[in-house]
Design a protein around this ligand. Sequence first.
Ligand code: CMC
Length: 434
Amino acid sequence: MTDAKNKTFTLTDDQTGKSYKLPVLDGAAGPSVIDVRKLYAETGHFTFDPSFTSTASCKSRLTFIDGDEGILMHRGYDIAELATKSTHMEVCYLLLYGDLPTATQLAEFTHNITYHTMVHDQMNKFFQGFRRDAHPMAVMCGVTGALSAFYHDSLDIRDPKQREISAHRLIAKIPTLAAMAMKYNMGQPFMYPRNDLTYPENFLYMCFAVPAEAYKINPVLARAMDRIMILHADHEQNASTSTVRLAGSSQANPFACIAAGIASLWGASHGGANQEVLEMLDEIGSVERIPEYIKKAKDKDDPFRLMGFGHRVYKNFDPRAQVLKQSCDEVLDELGVRDPRLKLARELERIALEDPYFVERKLFPNVDFYSGIILKAMGFPVSMFTVLFAVSRTVGWISQWKEMIEEPDLRIGRPRQLYTGAAKRPYVDIKKRG
Ligand code: CMC
């Protein structure tokens, strides 16, 4: 960030004719920002930006996105390079600590994560309180928040060592809880984590193995899972990450903050979209019905949207979707999947990419479009799709939380508002109302 005194932006109040010079701050990349922190004190005005389309809510060194150019970088490394050359464990280290690890650092970090994968055995009982048919995201909101009731020894957010242990615990235990949520939903026994497996292998094992049979890891699926995890690891100040930061700004403990992030991710406009993609494909049902649904998507009086298309930030292409499309082809070939929905998905993609409505609005398939298809082919129930997003995003959330807590000038987040309710009025006794 450059010295605020170097550049300014002049704002003139048309009512009074008074001008105000606002500092302009430059980041390492991306648009400069107008520093409005003293705006209210100096002008008596707030700014109004309810969906944050023009507002930077924080400084961050983690992730950079250029939506027009389709660029996504973590700590300066391009996402396509990370997805093809790195591993999720290495990306976790990169996000959390700022640089790629040496071999020794990676081995130590991997060991720490691996040896935190078990959850307190009392957690098993906690699951029994949920209905079997509960949505696994509902279960995840509950059990993740409950972690703060189990790990009291790492809740002091002022202690850097405790912050680090909580971060390791979250990265290690969320996959275990996610697999337990899936098993509970299916009525199968929980599978304890295995320390001889890699992070993605262990996750697949906990989700798909059963005690009655030996489970063989498929390396193509483990690699695809690792790639899905890398591609979802962080995404700058999206809704769930901003939720984690806002919750954390009040000094709430990290387990509670990540539970808040999971709740925010669940919505259909965010992480819930990958589930909705599959549900939409089921609803469309056959290639012949695609034109009917394309028509519905374009109709402003119809709330239907093509799920898995469009993005708030990427207005050219989603770089994650490009890498995932390749993985999608690999997984489908490996498994020889003949699911008619996949044929439907490919046809939908082709038509939408050629249709002027989608081309003009720059609505192309996003990461959720392909992740839904791969996860379905791998055998995950549709209700688990958003949970998998949460598993992958945990490292991003906790890295962003850690970065925020380490800011020397951290203050509680407190947005302002434009009040549009009733003016002051006298209380009317109930007998005189009506
Ligand atoms: N289908 C049909 N029309 C669409 C769609 C869609 N999926 N997305 C946007 N539009 C239209 C919208 O109606 C508007 O048209 P017009 O200018 O004529 O009024 C225009 O495109 C701009 O849309 P917007 O609502 O202003 O865009 P936004 O930035 O507020 O919304 C979005 C972004 C992702 C919420 C939206 O594109 C959407 O609802 N997509 C489907 C859900 C989805 O796939 N979400 C996953 C996002 S990627 C994962 C993640 O990062 O969480």
